[in-house]
Design a protein around this ligand. Structure first.
Ligand SMILES: Nc1ncnc2c1ncn2[C@@H]1O[C@H](COP(=O)(O)OP(=O)(O)OP(=O)(O)O)[C@@H](O)[C@H]1O
Ligand SMILES: [Mg+2]
Length: 466
């Protein structure tokens, strides 16, 4: 694995190197080219002037050339050579060549009628030369050679080059240092975040990452903290649930054990008493069964592996759910009234609405008073389908209302348990309603009792047809 630091620093270094190379070559080569250009025009001009001046001479000799040169200011040149049309040197500022064939290659070229210019930047100087042919009345009469050695201009360019190099190295170094500090800080913060993740992954859900700054990394840290908080809540809920569930199962199991032990140990127990004990055992077993069934329902809801939603006619579901509750209502002396609007359809699982209505109606009957009543009302408007289950029963004290949807919560523990309640019914209702995109609320009925209101978003016509 390449660390971010390595990648980033390599990238910055590469970028800086390219910049440095460009900065150190481009201005130098272009200013050199500018000097070459300038040399060419000045040398060309001067050679042409000299050639023109010399072409007036009838038979140029060393002395007559020297005479002409004295009038022209050519002091800047380190060498001046004049030859005749055959390449024989007539005049040379360097001694020992006059009267001999010239060995300058460019002169030979000039004698074919061409002007030859050369300039080079070598050994901290510009060396430039030009050779131009001389002619008289259209006839080639010889060649003029000028050579210039310019260290001054070269020095300026070299100085310029040094300054650019120094400045760009300083700036490049500083940029690299700043980038380095920046990336080290970044990487440290990422490492801290990784460290926090390890701590939390190790099971310490109470741990919170320390947030610094207000950038994307802090945002990441904040999201991570939110995630940890969710994990912590989930973990707490899970623990509480497991302990509540074991407690719920423990109590009936303990009484079953007690009852069966007394039957076993008491050999000559009165058969009637034994039967009564067996009845109690059966009652407890039924409770256990109910509880475990509801626990399974809940875990199915937790799995989120919900069966696909389909249009469900709520009126039909209400009638189906209250059917099996009629004997219980009769036994309790409670009457059930309904006021159900036709055509109310919601998207839900086929079993979901049965569970919701059954549990609410069962509670409304169970926690009612003799001669009491239960009323189920179904209606819809343009937005929502609303089902209310109201009763004239014992009601739920205001302080308990926020908790009734929690698992294992019972208002009157003794009374509810006596009624065979596990305290899971309403939490199943709540989770189911929520899983299907609805809401549930509880309030007080007037003059007494409770009202549970379930709302679902209304199914659009096209969804129903689909
Ligand atoms: N209509 C109601 N009137 C008065 N109290 C109610 C009503 N509905 C629920 N409660 C109270 O809320 C508690 C929780 O109800 P829930 O349906 O979750 O559990 P349960 O009825 O005790 O058991 P289960 O439904 O699992 O058999 C009940 O124990 C009861 O005290
Ligand atoms: Mg219930």
């Amino acid at each position: 694995m390449h660390s971010i630091r390595f990648q980033f620093i390599s990238f910055i270094t590469g970028l800086l190197l390219i910049l440095l190379i460009l900065l150190n070559t481009y201005p130098i080569t272009s200013s050199r080219d500018a000097v070459f250009e300038e040399k060419r025009s000045s040398l060309d001009g001067q050679a042409a002037t000299l050639a023109a001046s010399l072409s007036g001479l009838e038979r140029p000799s060393r002395e007559s050339v020297a005479e002409v040169l004295r009038f022209l200011d050519l002091s800047g040149f380190s060498r001046i050579v004049v030859t005749d049309a055959d390449g024989l040197v007539i005049y040379d500022t360097q001694p020992g060549t006059v009267g001999k064939q010239t060995d300058l290659e460019d002169v030979k070229l000039a004698l074919t009628g061409k002007t030859v210019f050369r300039s080079a930047f070598r050994d901290a100087a510009f060396s430039s030369s030009v050779v131009t042919p001389m002619s008289n009345q259209g006839f080639l009469t010889g060649a003029v050679y000028l050579y210039e050695y310019d260290a001054e201009r070269a020095q300026i360019i070299l100085g310029f080059q040094h300054r650019i190099r120094a400045a760009s190295l300083t700036i490049g170094g500083a940029a690299l240092a700043v980038a380095m500090v920046f990336v080290i800080m970044m990487v440290r913060r990422l490492r801290e975040l990784t460290e926090s993740m390890r701590v939390v992954a190790g099971g310490d859900y109470a741990y919170r990452h320390e947030i610094r700054g207000r950038d994307e990394i802090s945002e990441l840290g904040q999201e991570f903290n939110l995630l940890t908080e969710r994990l912590q809540t989930n973990e707490e809920q899970r623990r509480r649930f497991v302990s509540d569930a074991s407690h719920e199962l423990k109590t009936p199991l303990a009484s079953i054990r007690l009852l069966s032990d007394s039957i076993m140990l008491n050999q000559d127990m009165d058969p009637r008493m034994a039967k009564e004990f067996m009845g109690d055992i059966s009652h407890e077993v039924q409770r256990l069964q109910r509880t475990t069934e509801k626990l399974l329902d809940l875990s199915r809801l937790d799995d989120r592996a919900l069966p696909p939603a389909e249009p469900v006619d709520v009126k039909k579901a209400v009638l189906e759910a209250i059917g099996p509750l009629k004997p219980l209502a009769e036994e309790k002396g409670v009457t059930i009234e309904t006021e159900l609007q036709e055509g109310c359809v919601v998207m839900a699982g086929s079993e979901d609405l049965f569970h919701i209505i059954f549990n609410l109606a069962e509670n409304a009957i169970k926690y009612n008073v003799p001669q009491g009543s239960v009323k189920l009302t179904l209606s819809q408007d343009s937005e929502q389908v609303r089902l209310t289950v109201s009763d004239t029963g014992i009601g739920i004290p205001e302080e308990d209302r926020p908790h009734v949807f929690s698992r294992f919560y019972r208002v009157d523990k003794a009374r509810s348990r006596e009624a065979g309640g596990s305290g899971l019914g309403l939490s199943i209702v709540h989770d189911t309603v929520q899983a299907r995109g609805g809401t549930i609320t509880v309030s007080q009925n007037t003059p007494r009792g409770s009202v549970f209101t379930v709302s679902f978003p209304r199914t659009k016509a096209e969804e129903t047809e689909a």
